[in-house]
Write a protein that binds this ligand. Sequence first.
Ligand SMILES: [Zn+2]
Ligand SMILES: [Zn+2]
Length: 141
Amino acid sequence: MTKSNTQQAKCLCGSVKITAHNINPKFSVCHCDACRLWGGGPFFAVQCGAEVNFEGADNITEYASSTWASRAFCSRCGTHLYYRLNKTQHYNMPVGIFADMKDLVMDMQYFTDKRPDYYCFSNHSKEMTAAEIYSYFAADI
Ligand SMILES: [Zn+2]
Ligand SMILES: [Zn+2]
């Protein structure tokens, strides 16, 4: 097991403060249509497990973005806070909200066949297409 890695984050306006107790610095990038529509670009996400505490939770708006996951943002400033899987209750949070993360590595790119032609990362990472993801995660969805 990896050692516990606690990190803190806050939204742009400071209304929501987050403490995540089990962050994996190997982050993923999602090129899917929903993530690009949500944030205007690919979603850089760190896996935070289920042990996440929120201060100012009254300011969080959460909605079901699909039948298997929810997305949330700060109701005051709009900062995107998390994508959470219903089944595991595990949080995926934007890399950029954690100011002090170290040793970050782009480990995986999801939905690479959905990536538009107008950008491409030079990072070397694992990659999965939509078909590979649906077959791999079929059991979890
Ligand atoms: Zn905010
Ligand atoms: Zn996505």
